[in-house]
Design a binder for this molecule. Structure first.
Ligand code: 6GU
Length: 227
């Protein structure tokens, strides 16, 4: 799988993929993440990529040409399942969408900036619009990093313990149960006895109960949805 990220501020994306699970996934050849500077495609003599909005509202708007040329040149090289625009007015990202995107093949992630991007890019080139929540970020880069991380960890082989991604919070519309490690007693703070019993059937039942209890207490809304 290959993920191409188009950004006006590619420096913002240097950190998130150069450590930990996403870094290892790239080293193992399980995913290729390529960050592009939209400016590289600008045909303007000053490499300009934005302009004032028609109608005269405040702020600058990313122009069509560099973004259209970037997307079209990538699409000439390989097939992309989706061109995702990260925007606060997109569909709110949920685990089901992440699961789906992780199985789709190559992706282009387009990060907006300034006041936004020319609407015609959204109409003609973008196939899906995603937000990571009801708050406003300065640009789509951090959202693209969130989406990429969530997708990459689901690619088979990325997480050592195959079970691990399946037992994440949200995979069954349930929050994950609590976890503990040594010491079993930290100055009187004790690990629940059941987890040390060695009775795997009883342990699994307890873990399921915990997941349900935690979801009921913290996120009862998850029970009301089936997606
Ligand atoms: Cl995808 N972009 C921006 N700029 N702000 C956001 C967002 C995306 N998702 C939530 N807030």
């Amino acid at each position: 799988m290959r993920i191409d990220i188009l950004s006006a501020v590619p420096g913002l994306l240097e950190g998130p993929f150069s450590d930990s699970i996403v870094k290892r996934a790239q080293e193992k050849g399980l995913v290729e993440i390529v960050v592009h500077n939209i400016r590289d495609w600008s045909t303007d003599k000053h490499k300009k990529i934005d302009d004032e909005p028609f109608g005269g509202s405040a702020g600058m708007v990313l122009t069509i040409q560099p973004i259209a040329d970037a997307i079209e040149s990538l699409q000439k090289e390989r097939h992309y399942a989706e061109v995702v625009f990260l925007t606060p007015d997109g569909e709110q990202l949920k685990q089901t969408a992440v699961n789906h995107l992780s199985m789709q093949g190559n992706l282009i992630l387009l990060c907006g900036h300034y006041k936004g991007i020319d609407q015609r890019i959204r109409e003609h080139l973008v196939t899906r619009e995603i937000s990571i929540g009801d708050y406003v970020l300065s640009g789509g880069e951090l959202a693209a990093a969130v989406l990429t991380d969530a997708i990459v960890r689901l690619i088979p082989g990325v997480i050592g313990d195959e079970q691990s991604a399946l037992t994440d919070s949200f995979q069954d519309n349930l929050l994950a149960p609590p976890v503990y490690t040594r010491p079993a007693d930290y100055n009187g703070w004790k690990v629940p006895e059941i987890l040390r019993s060695g009775d795997h059937k009883a342990i699994n039942t307890w873990l399921e109960e915990q997941a349900i209890e935690r979801t009921q207490a913290l996120r009862p809304d998850l029970f009301e949805k089936d997606s």
